[in-house]
Ligand binder design. Sequence first.
Ligand SMILES: Cc1ncc(C[n+]2csc(CCOP(=O)(O)OP(=O)(O)O)c2C)c(N)n1
Ligand SMILES: [Mg+2]
Length: 548
Amino acid sequence: MQTAGRTLVSLLELNGVDRVFCMPGESYLELLDALADSSIDTVTARHEGSAGFMALADGRLAGRPGVFTVSRGPGATNASIALHSAQQDGLPLILIIGQVPRNQLNRDSFQEVDYQQMFGSVAKWVAEVTDPERLPEVITRAFTVAMQPTPGPVVISIPEDLLEIPMDPPQAPLPAFTKTAYAPEPTQITRILELLGQSERPLIVAGGEFVSDDDRQLLQTFAEKHHIPVAVGFRRHGVFPNQHPLSAGDLGIGTTPEQQANFEQADLILALGTRLNDWTTLGYQFPASPWPKQAFVHVSADASTIGKNVQPTIGMATYGPSVVRALLSADANTSDKLAPTPGRRAWAEKLAAYAAQRLVWKPRRYDDGVAFGNVLTALAEQLPETTSMVPDAGISAALVYRYFPFGGPRRLYSTISGVMGYGVPGAIAIAMREPQRTVVCLVGDGSFMMTGTEIAIAVERKLPVRIVVSNNRSLGTIRMHQEKQYPGRSEASDLPGPSFVQFAQAFGCQAFSIDKDEDIHAALEAAMKVDGPVLIEVNASLTSITQS
Ligand SMILES: Cc1ncc(C[n+]2csc(CCOP(=O)(O)OP(=O)(O)O)c2C)c(N)n1
Ligand SMILES: [Mg+2]
């Protein structure tokens, strides 16, 4: 016999969990105690939101949901930001909450919250365990639900007293949770190849389901074989190299009207592994809603998104990579690269030329600081191929999406939700999983001030994260919109702040500053040599934001 708290930890281990992120609370002491005796690495964050951001980032890389634990009421309320991001990003996340004891449930007791009501519209599933014997079923189901078909957040509430009840250890095979296969339908594969054969101007819209390096390579092989230009979905730049001759750029905030007009010339759209959100569809205009102007194939693991806003010629509720794999093997007898028709070659060249021209940053100078794009360009030159880029929200992130070259094995770990505060904790969690890669966080001063205290973990664990703070002393993105709509007025968006160099040093983190353009190269070079975490504060121009 062991306590239910220990059983819970055994169940996490059985489901492949080797790390959890937490902010402790008195409502789950037995779980914390059991973690101490387990194989699981427990990371204490300084705020539940950050613990959630770390788990969110961890869930992208671990092959199972990221897991974080928080206390009831206030703790759970703070945690909610990460659940929303997990939902928008389609990332697997499990939140475990220490709930009030069972004899206090439904009595408005101290810090009690009804989590079904609170998180019901954000989480894929919310469950409260009131019988310890059901822990194995509920926890394992949480992993299954969080992982598929489209990953997302799950919330499990466990009353404090339940954790202390003695019970038998779980007996389960490994891995404990199910990974369901969603096989593509062979007749539809044949039909897609027929449509492709008839198409002169095909376009792939590639979404976030191309997660692994293998899947991304598969997409590239397929695009190259048939000479199909690829536009990546909103903030999915890592899915296809943006300097590739078949790159058509990205769909989203930065798509210009001319680019959209070009995309609309496509006679076949293959939307692969994407839920086609509002940004990726350019405000539900591309493909035209509800009936596209061209043949349209929509492949998404999330069946509910197919035919939601746009009616496809072919809809397939399965994973994008599995369809690409099936398409490649269905015509495996043809050569690796088919000769494109002149029309298709010209089409791809036109889209790629436009996208390539959008990638070029022209250096700029301002009197009130450095244009952050100048720093980004220097970073792009200095950073190795094995860079993992973790942008927060704000101008620096927008510049990454527009200008940063994602060639070869460079990876992007952004948020679809555009949430402030993800950058520092996200980069820390990624650095724990990718010790062999260069992990870079780009973050604005406002966003850094939300979760920058997590730098303490990077110092404690000597994680070599490179944190670049774009300090424009403003909530610059909001200021940019204010300048457009309320010129000359900046109510609430000015943001006096500390010296971020001194802030980092107070935590024991090495720090450098870039005050003017001439400092960029030396500061970046010195920062890259640091063994352990490093912060670079950029005195960023605010006037540049309305001109970039
Ligand atoms: C949690 C959260 N709160 C508010 C916003 C709205 N918002 C988007 S960008 C931004 C300003 C970000 O400021 P900063 O991090 O300094 O970056 P900058 O835009 O100045 O580069 C705000 C307030 C958000 N995205 N997320
Ligand atoms: Mg700012």
